[in-house]
Design a protein around this ligand. Structure first.
Ligand code: BGC
Ligand code: CA
Length: 347
């Protein structure tokens, strides 16, 4: 109870500070031109999400060029749907104009949808995609994300290209690639679809595969290191390829090899997805063979533009939806040859 009170007070302070800050920067003539965006994030410790939120803050401050004051509250659910339901309720009570929601449990958006709908507040879901049935419940529900299948396909093509160019990846020379997969959170659309499509794509591109194991590491670097340490114990140096559903887990797998003091010539090939700052740096240093860029700048921009258009009614006709409510930003392949352009793009 006490904790809850502290949390409420903290939220109130943040809100008041945002209001004061907003009113300070406001020019006299457009007093009412203000947009309050409430963002609910599943877990800001998630590397990709943390970077996406930074881009979103930048995009929102850019929106102010359109003559509106934007106030932003970002709340972190620390992976609990109940906490997130409460946080959304608070932002609604605080008078937000629109919600951006990164669901803790993508199968359970109903409380949030009901609460927002009651007050006629639109919701842009992002990164963690609700099932279609939920999104179809109301016309003011949207989704911004990326086409998961494409990321797995690209990762598979990158793997196949590498294997063709470097036959020595097949270290035991048996004509097959012994591989392990490190998977994101169970039930996450990106984990399920990436895992499926990467294997399909490697096969389609002529790679003979032998899957040794797959392990869930919840998108997390430390968990991936842990799982990988176990896998190395089990399969020794017969692992030729490590496919990770995201960069954080690919880096965690590399941490395991490093910590165990294994000589680099015995390392498998590592592939990730996301192109986080650390991921790009690892590609630049040729530690991570390649990654697939999850366009956080594009997603942040689409969310900010959509939020603005939905609240003000301006420019909504220029937004290109799929199925009237989905916006998917394409992935891109990142290799040592083009990695610099991704790093420069972010600056
Ligand atoms: C990213 C992961 C991230 C997850 C969070 C995925 O799209 O690739 O890095 O942890 O979203 O929902
Ligand atoms: Ca082999």
């Amino acid at each position: 109870m006490k904790l809850r009170k502290i949390k409420d007070t903290a939220v109130l302070i943040v809100f008041l500070a945002a209001m004061i800050w907003a009113s300070c920067g406001r020019s006299e003539e457009n007093d009412e031109k203000q947009i309050y965006i409430g963002v609910a994030c599943y877990d800001q410790k998630d590397t990709f999400l943390g970077e996406l939120m930074e881009s979103f803050k930048d995009e929102c401050s850019r929106l102010e060029d359109k003559g509106y004051d934007i106030s932003l509250t970002i709340m972190d659910a620390a992976n609990s749907q109940r906490t997130q339901d409460d946080q959304v309720q608070e932002m609604i009570s605080n008078g937000c104009d629109i919600l951006c929601v990164n669901l803790a449990d993508r199968t359970d958006p109903s409380e949030i949808i009901d609460a927002a709908r009651e007050k006629n507040i639109p919701i842009i879901f992002f990164n963690r995609e609700p099932v279609e049935e939920d999104l179809m419940q109301w016309d003011k529900l949207y989704y911004v994300g990326a086409p998961a299948k494409q990321s797995g396909q690209m990762q598979g093509e990158l793997a196949a290209d590498l294997i063709k160019e470097n036959p020595s990846i097949d270290r035991n020379n048996d004509g097959k690639i012994q591989y392990v997969i490190l998977e994101g959170e169970l039930g996450h659309q990106d984990a399920i679809i990436r895992t499926e499509s990467v294997a399909e794509s490697m096969k389609e591109n002529g790679v003979e595969l032998e899957k040794l194991s797959y392990q869930t590491a919840n998108w997390n670097r430390a968990q991936a290191q842990n799982r990988m340490t176990q896998l190395i114990g089990q399969y020794k140096n017969s692992i030729e390829l490590v496919i990770a559903n995201n960069d954080a887990m690919a880096l965690g797998a590399m941490d395991a090899y490093e910590k165990l003091g294994i000589t680099e010539s015995n390392y498998p090939v590592f592939l990730g997805i996301d192109g986080t700052d650390e991921g790009l740096e690892a590609v630049q240093q040729s530690k991570l063979a390649a990654t697939v860029y999850n366009d956080k700048e594009g997603q942040a921009n689409a969310m900010a533009q959509l939020a603005f258009a939905v609240v003000t009614g301006q420019g909504i006709e220029d937004i290109k939806f799929e199925n009237q409510k989905y916006i998917y930003l394409p992935y891109q392949k990142v290799t040592p040859d083009n990695v610099d352009s991704f790093i420069n793009d972010q600056e």
